[in-house]
Design a protein. Structure first.
Length: 393
C-alpha cells in the first residue's frame, strides 16, 4: 500500500533534476501509480510489459525514449503496434501528478501487488490485471473478506428484481459474506442498500476515479458504503471520468474479485452479461435468478441459464451452495418467513419497538432489526420515533 499523503509526495519529488519538467516529476512518483495514469484499464500490452520488466524498468523504457525494440521483444508486438502503444502512453505523461494530488485530497489509498495487501483473486486476469487499485474506505474490505458475492443486474430494475436482490444481499450479508456490486442505479444500488441495512460489508467497484461519485444521485449511498466499513475501489486514477469502455473494463474486476457472480435481473443486451461472461471465462461460479418469461428484464438471466450453464438461483441458500458454504436452516433469520413474521407483528396505529416485535414474532432482536431494514426498503414498514409501524393506508 502506497502512502499518497502530501508529505510522502513531497519526499518523492525531492532531488528531481528538472522540477519544471513533467517527465522529471513523474519519475519521482511510484511507477504503478504512473502506469495507471498512462494507460486505460485492462491494457494488456502494458500489463505484459510490466510483468516482464517490472514497473520501473518498463516505465523508463517508455518515458526515456529508448526505442520500442524491447517492447516488441517482450510483448511480441509488431513495430506499428509497439510504436502506437508508446505514443498513447507518452501522451498522458503529465497526468500522474494530478491523480496523486487528487488522491491525497480525497484520503484515497493505493494498493499494488508489490507493496502491502493486495486482492490475489485479481491476479487470475494475467496481463489484464489492474496495475494498481485506488481505494476509498477500508482496505480490508477489498483484500480479505471471508467470502465475496457479486450481485449485479439491470439499471432499469423492476420491483421484482429489487425485492429479490434485497433479500439475497441481506441474508448473505448477515451470514458474513461481503456484497459486491457496481454502485449503479437499479439492482446495484439495492444490493448496496440492503447490505448496509443488514449491517454487512459492501464494496462498490467504480468505472472512474473513486473520488468522483457516479452516478451523482448515489453520492450519499457511496459515502455510506465508506462510512459503514466498506470501500469504493477502482483502477482508474483519481479524477478520471467514467466512460462506456471503462464500465466494460470494470466488469472484469467485479467478476475476478468475487467468489461468485449472481445476475439478478438483466435484459438481453445488459452490461451485466459482460460481467457474467468474465466470471465464466475465469471459471468463477455463476448464477442467475429466473423471472417471468414475459419480462424483457429477465431475458438476459434466462440466456445465462441456457447458454452459459449458470446455476438457477432462487434463494440465499442457492448462493451459499454456489460458493461452497453450508446452509443454516436452523437459523430463523435466514428464512424468507422472517419478513412476513415481522410484518405481521407491526401495528398500523401504534409504534412498536424492536424488542416488542421480537416478542410478538418469536424471533431474536438481530433478525427483527435486519428484517425491519428490508421492510423499509420495500415500503412495508415505517419508523415513528423509537418504534416501527405498518405503512399508512
Amino acid at each position: 500500500m502506497i502512502d499518497v499523503s502530501e508529505a510522502a509526495v513531497r519526499r518523492r519529488t525531492q532531488g528531481v533534476a528538472r522540477p519544471d519538467d513533467d517527465l522529471g516529476r513523474l519519475q519521482a512518483l511510484d511507477a504503478r501509480m504512473l502506469w495507471a495514469a498512462l494507460t486505460e484499464p485492462g491494457d494488456g500490452v502494458a500489463g505484459a510489459l510490466v510483468g516482464a520488466l517490472g514497473a520501473r524498468e518498463a516505465l523508463e523504457l517508455v518515458l526515456h525514449r529508448r526505442g520500442s525494440e524491447r517492447l516488441m521483444e517482450r510483448c511480441g508486438l509488431d513495430a506499428a503496434a509497439a510504436h502506437a502503444a508508446v505514443r498513447r502512453w507518452r501522451a498522458r505523461a503529465g497526468d500522474a501528478p494530478h491523480a496523486v494530488s487528487a488522491a491525497q485530497r480525497a484520503g484515497v489509498r493505493v494498493l499494488t501487488p508489490e507493496a502491502g495487501p493486495w486482492p490475489a483473486r485479481l491476479d487470475d486476469l494475467g496481463p489484464h490485471a489492474p496495475l494498481c487499485l485506488w481505494v476509498r474506505g477500508e482496505v480490508s474490505a477489498v483484500v480479505a473478506p471471508a467470502a465475496t458475492v457479486a450481485l449485479v443486474g439491470a439499471r432499469a430494475a423492476t420491483s421484482y428484481g429489487e425485492h429479490v436482490v434485497a433479500e439475497l444481499a441481506a441474508e448473505l450479508g448477515r451470514g458474513g459474506a461481503s456484497i459486491v456490486s457496481g454502485g449503479a442505479y437499479g439492482i446495484d444500488g439495492m444490493a448496496h442498500r440492503a447490505a448496509l441495512a443488514a449491517g454487512a460489508v459492501t464494496v462498490a467497484w467504480l468505472a472512474g476515479g473513486v473520488d468522483r461519485a457516479y452516478p451523482a444521485g448515489h453520492r450519499a449511498l457511496l459515502d455510506q458504503v465508506v462510512a459503514s466499513g466498506g470501500a469504493l475501489v477502482g483502477e482508474a486514477p483519481c479524477g478520471a471520468a467514467p466512460t462506456k469502455w471503462r464500465f466494460l473494463a470494470r466488469n472484469r474486476l467485479i467478476a475476478a474479485g468475487s467468489d461468485a457472480t449472481v445476475v439478478v435481473e438483466a435484459g438481453w443486451r445488459s452490461g451485466s452479461l459482460n460481467t457474467a461472461g468474465h466470471a465464466a471465462a475465469l471459471g468463477r461460479p455463476l448464477g442467475a435468478v429466473p423471472g417471468p418469461i414475459t419480462s424483457a428484464t429477465s431475458a438476459g438471466c434466462h440466456r445465462l441459464l441456457r447458454e452459459y450453464a449458470a446455476q438457477c438461483i432462487t434463494s440465499a441458500d442457492d448462493v451459499r451452495e454456489l460458493i461452497g458454504w453450508r446452509s443454516t436452516p436452523a437459523d430463523p433469520g435466514s428464512s424468507a418467513d422472517t419478513l412476513s413474521r415481522v410484518q405481521e407483528s407491526l401495528s398500523g396505529r401504534a409504534a412498536r419497538t424492536p424488542e416488542e416485535l421480537a416478542r410478538r414474532s418469536g424471533l431474536d432482536i438481530d433478525a427483527v432489526e435486519s428484517a425491519l431494514g428490508l421492510l423499509v426498503l420495500d415500503g412495508a414498514a415505517r419508523r415513528v420515533g423509537d418504534g416501527w409501524c405498518a405503512p399508512a393506508r
